[in-house]
Design a protein around this ligand. Structure first.
Ligand SMILES: NC(=O)c1ccc[n+]([C@@H]2O[C@H](COP(=O)([O-])OP(=O)(O)OC[C@H]3O[C@@H](n4cnc5c(N)ncnc54)[C@H](OP(=O)(O)O)[C@@H]3O)[C@@H](O)[C@H]2O)c1
Length: 250
């Protein structure tokens, strides 16, 4: 197995896209350090642990809880993972928060929260990943298809994910000599509970109609791309890979 003995830290790693990435990386032998945020994640973690053990009984899996919007919390997460596993080879950051509103209705508090979750967290995860990931490692941040589209109402969401592209470009150059590849993956509107609360039924149909086969992106479309970047795709670095069934294609 390509990742036997490797340690992958996945933030937001117990449900939806993060959980699917965990299952995918378990399938190629990676040990898994899985972070979750809300207290409800404990139940998701228990369910996922059973699935992972069935998929690959020989891997080590551990779980970590925390709000990662402070630099100190991100530092502690990495310290805990290194204490438990000895090293970190792969980091996949799936943390995100969406807001769909006209800019005239977005408060300062909402702006600060969006940038704390989508930009600040991504920055400090990259910082700690740069400090801890072993030579030849992989660092992947999840952004959004909206970085490739002109769309109203997601201004604070796309706007707070946009800096991650440049963080990634800078970090990829800084880590090139250590053969660490650093990339973003940008899914299209994805069929998870993250997507639905802010969308009307008509909007859901509109999003579907922009994708190949008239459907949303599925987590199963994205997780194999993450695996590829962690294995055979190691030569790719500094990129944002748009995977959205044509959603952003003109
Ligand atoms: N679903 C879509 O339509 C879509 C499309 C394109 C890109 N994306 C991106 O894909 C990624 C995964 O999304 P998903 O659909 O799989 O939904 P998701 O499971 O809800 O992923 C978001 C994760 O971020 C965590 N999070 C939020 N605030 C946090 C904080 N302060 N500290 C630490 N973690 C925090 C969430 O934990 P809690 O739920 O416990 O707060 C959750 O685990 C996100 O970055 C999202 O922006 C999603």
């Amino acid at each position: 197995m390509a990742l036997t003995g490797k340690v992958a830290l996945i933030t937001g790693g117990v449900k939806n896209l993060g959980a699917q990435c965990a299952i995918e990386l378990a399938g190629v032998g990676a040990n898994l350090a899985l972070h979750y945020h809300s207290a409800g994640g404990k139940k998701d973690a228990a369910t996922l642990e059973t699935t992972l053990k069935e998929k690959n009984p020989s891997i080590k899996v551990a779980f970590y809880q925390g709000d990662l919007t402070s630099a100190g919390a991100v530092t502690k997460l990495f310290q805990d993972v290194v204490r438990d596993f000895g090293h970190v080879d792969i980091v996949v950051n799936t943390i995100g928060k969406v807001l769909k509103k006209p800019i005239t209705e977005i408060s300062e508090e909402e702006y600060d929260t969006m940038f704390a979750v989508n930009s600040k967290t991504a920055f400090f995860v990259l910082k700690e990943a740069a400090a801890h990931v072993t030579d030849g490692g992989k660092i992947i941040s999840i952004v959004t298809a909206l970085l490739g589209a002109f769309t109203g109402y997601y201004t604070s969401y796309a706007g707070s994910k946009a800096p991650v592209e440049h963080f990634t470009r800078g970090v990829c150059k800084e880590l090139q000599s250590r053969r660490i590849s650093v990339n973003n993956v940008a899914p299209g509107p994805m069929d998870t509970p993250f997507f639905y609360p802010q969308e009307s039924p008509e909007a859901v149909e509109y999003h579907k109609s922009n994708g190949m086969g008239n459907r949303l992106t599925m987590v199963e479309d994205i997780a194999p791309i993450i695996r590829f970047l962690c294995t055979d795709g190691a030569w790719i670095t500094g990129q944002t890979i748009f995977a959205n069934g044509g959603y952003t294609t003109r």
